[in-house]
Ligand binder design. Structure first.
Ligand code: ADP
Length: 493
């Protein structure tokens, strides 16, 4: 009986392979890091061939470690860093340029131009996205405009574009699959999320030939076979990392929310079949679904500096030796003694959107010490997350009573409890921390019929319930709002 699911979890810094059984348990994991290339300040690239080989050797190591044969594997799921662009020649299979990574800001000026052409409203209405260098569209244009011969080759129909899922499938199928899924497509700034097709007007504006673009499928659907160690394995699930985590956390009903507490935080709320347009600067994106269900949407917001504030305490302030120690110091004091840290190191995102804001520490008194500062740093992660939750509640008109958590900083019990307290919502941390990979595995497993129901998944979870009284919550939130206000007005001086 083939009952195992192989998942490719291709992230920003490493490629991992994970084998799950039909109950969603992890059987085996392997991981390889790859090089981050910084050719100029604010430019970020990856070598697509290195990603492929890092991914492939993680797959073989994972299979060998598991003791399974490829014939035990029923299907493959893929989840990937979103928005990152690869352009390659379909005749030679060679990339024409390095992958331009989502973090890369090289097209910021081009984005300003698009704004000055008055395209903001059109782009948000069509793609659900704000005009930003993050998204794939302007990166593809950059390659066509800057790599010698690229535009001519693209016009001859010789070049293909893909996000990393597409690139891996094309290579591993020997050029037979040129597809992506709706969640990845919805991050390109080229995809009409309402009519579910590439948008011809945007392709024209950015001068991108449609012949380069992959076919878009449902996240849970059959993409075709890839060759793994001489065996043909069927790819049955693909989703961008954040939507995959939303699915893996089983946030499949309207109002379900997950937050990934990593370097930054990514909060997504399932809004069902309604594409909710945000009044607070959040993004509207497609959620992962399987073949027979209708298209669903999510609201997405991100905290730029999440776990990174803890890295800052460790590396720059030298207040802690490691991230885990932050918990010990935070619980050594009963509160933050009125200290607030607003870690706007790279500006403030939703709902404030102030790119010029810079970090502040407010409310210092003579008695404020190291433990208070550490505690205030952890609290800032929860306050920023709470701002996003509030914005989503307002946009979607639903009340959030629980939140699923994952990512490195979700191991911090103080942070999880403070989040529950300040958001007045249960915070649920599943024992299986692999929510992102699990999402792709479930999409594949449900499509291939290896997984029939998902009821028992994530049953083993720790729930943090709110324990703060309303007055303290209100005064704490008031303090945070004043701190944010001071931060914004300071940067305006
Ligand atoms: P990413 O995928 O963004 O690299 P991870 O999910 O691996 O991030 O999480 C790493 C982040 O989590 C780091 O910023 C680190 O400071 C933070 N972190 C890890 N463990 C803890 C902890 N116990 N308490 C607080 N923050 C933590």
């Amino acid at each position: 009986m083939k009952k195992y699911i192989l998942t490719l979890d291709e992230g920003t810094t490493s490629a991992r392979a994970i084998i799950f059984d039909e109950c969603g348990n992890v059987v085996s994991i392997a991981q390889n890091e790859f090089t981050q290339i910084y050719p100029r300040p604010s430019y970020v690239e990856h070598d697509p061939i290195e990603i492929l080989s890092a991914q492939y050797s993680a797959i073989t190591e994972c299979i060998i470690k598991s003791g399974l044969k490829t014939s035990d594997i029923s299907c493959v799921g893929i989840t990937n860093q979103r928005e990152t662009v690869v352009v390659w020649n379909r005749l030679t299979g060679e990339p024409v340029y390095n992958a331009i990574v989502w973090q890369c800001r090289r097209t910021a000026e081009l984005c300003e131009e698009l704004k000055s052409q008055g395209l903001e409203e059109y782009i948000i209405n069509t793609t659900g996205l704000k005009i930003d260098a993050y998204f794939s569209g302007t990166k593809i244009k950059w390659i066509l405009d800057n790599v010698e011969g690229a535009r001519e080759a693209a016009n001859r129909g010789e070049l293909l574009f893909g996000t990393i899922d597409t690139w891996l499938m094309w290579k591993l199928s020997n050029g037979k699959i040129h597809s992506t899924d709706q969640t990845n497509a919805s991050r390109t700034m080229l995809y009409d999320i309402h009519n579910l097709c590439w948008d011809k007007k945007l392709l024209e504006i950015l001068d991108i030939p449609e012949s380069m673009l992959p076919t878009v499928q449902k996240s849970g659907s059959v993409y075709g076979d890839i060759d793994i160690m001489g065996a043909n394995l069927s790819v049955c699930g693909v989703a961008g990392d954040q939507q995959s985590a939303l699915f893996g956390q089983r946030c499949v009903n309207v109002g379900d929310v997950k937050n990934t507490y990593g370097t930054g935080c990514f909060l997504l709320m399932n809004t069902g079949t309604t594409a909710v347009k945000s009044n607070n600067g959040l993004l509207t994106t497609i959620a992962a679904t399987t073949e027979n269900s209708p298209c669903e949407y999510a609201l997405e917001g991100s905290v730029f500096i999440g776990g990174a504030v803890i890295q800052w305490l460790r590396d720059e302030m030298k207040l802690i030796e490691n991230a885990a120690q932050s918990e010990e110091l935070a619980i050594a004091v009963s509160d933050s003694a009125g200290v607030y840290i607003v870690p706007a190191f790279a500006g403030l995102g939703a709902p404030y959107w102030d790119m010029y804001a810079r970090g502040t520490i407010c409310g210092l008194t003579r008695g404020a010490g190291r433990n208070h500062i550490v505690r205030a740093a952890l609290e800032s992660i929860a306050y920023q997350t709470n701002d996003l939750i509030t914005a989503m509640q307002n946009d979607a008109g639903v009340c959030v009573t629980s939140l699923k958590a994952d990512g490195g900083a979700s191991k911090n019990r103080f942070l999880m409890q403070f989040q529950a307290d300040i958001s007045n919502a249960d915070v649920i941390c599943p024992k299986n921390a692999e929510a992102t990979a699990l999402g792709a595995a479930l999409l594949a497993g449900l499509t291939a019929g290896v997984i029939e129901n998902t009821d028992s998944l994530n049953a083993d979870a720790t729930t943090f319930t709110p324990a703060m009284n309303d007055d303290i919550r209100q005064s704490s939130l008031d303090g945070w709002r004043s701190a944010v206000k001071s931060t914004i007005s300071f940067s305006k001086e």
